[in-house]
Write a protein that binds this ligand. Structure first.
Ligand code: HEC
Ligand code: HEC
Length: 210
């Protein structure tokens, strides 16, 4: 009985240790990313590079794999995505991709400042009716549904990605299983006052809310 307990404990500790080693390796690898995403992975709006800190690790890993395979940032994608694809293909191995994702996920989500103009009440209604089922009631993300956290992200980045999904520049590749789901959802609100309302509501949520 006791032996089994110790065995279980040892197994658990080795899982924790492996996750920690992965995150430490990721920090060193991230040196190649700092110029655009910032030393703490908080993003750089002027370079169109989003915050990565505190995002779900599985989502980050999938995006990097998609960029590497041209599932994101391939034919018909916009310049920013093509640029990121080039960076992703320079990562040496799949295990480096996993280490990078683990490290980025372990960092604190950045706080955002300026608000976005839009009707917060309508934003809340639209969010709860059309987005919350997958992205969570406060935009915290829902890993079981593969839907990323959307709080703590620059509004211009969110708008660009939303439009890319809607207009077939992201999520159109046949191998992009989860991107295709989001591409359908991007047709459920209009890109004028409704999108403004949702973005202003998202901006008003605490970046690291659970
Ligand atoms: C030259 C600038 C640049 C460098 C260097 C760079 N990136 Fe990016 N990255 C971007 C841009 C721009 C985007 C937004 C792409 C888009 O518009 O679809 C992006 C997007 C991403 C995304 C998708 C985020 C999301 O929310 O979907 C991940 C993950 C990512 N980068 C990781 C990395 C990692 C890891 C490195 C280093 C190996 C790196 N990037 C290096 C510019 C850069
Ligand atoms: C059926 C589930 C579902 C619904 C509903 C949904 N999404 Fe998504 N969304 C996803 C998934 C899954 C992804 C990740 C796609 C991928 O892996 O590339 C995503 C990704 C996104 C992204 C890209 C984030 C990034 O970091 O690049 C944005 C922006 C977004 N969703 C906005 C919205 C908005 C706004 C709504 C409501 C109008 C919404 N989503 C409704 C599933 C959903």
């Amino acid at each position: 009985m006791r032996y089994r307990f110790l065995l279980l404990l040892a197994m658990l500790l080795s899982v924790v240790a492996r996750a920690e080693t992965a995150a430490a390796g990721g920090k060193a690898l991230f040196a190649a990313c700092v110029a655009c995403h910032g030393a703490a992975a908080t993003g750089n709006a002027a370079l169109q590079a989003p915050a990565l800190a505190g995002q779900d690790a599985a989502y980050l890993e999938r995006q990097l794999r998609n960029f590497r395979a041209g599932v994101r940032g391939g034919d018909g994608a916009e310049v920013s995505a093509v640029q990121m694809r080039g960076m992703a293909t320079a990562i040496a191995t799949d295990s480096d991709v996993a280490e990078l994702a683990a490290w980025m996920a372990s960092l604190p989500r950045p706080a955002l400042s300026a608000a976005v103009a839009g009707d917060l009440r309508e934003g809340n209604n639209l969010w709860q009716g059309k987005c919350a089922a997958c992205h969570g009631v406060t935009g915290e993300g829902y890993p079981a549904l593969n839907a990323p956290r959307l709080t703590g992200l620059d509004s211009a980045y969110l708008r660009r990605q939303f439009l890319a999904f809607r207009e077939g520049r992201r999520g159109a590749h046949p191998a992009d299983r989860y991107g295709r789901q989001m591409a359908m959802m991007a047709k459920t609100i209009d890109t004028g006052a409704e999108l403004d309302a949702v973005l202003s509501w998202l901006r008003a949520q605490p970046p690291g809310a659970q």
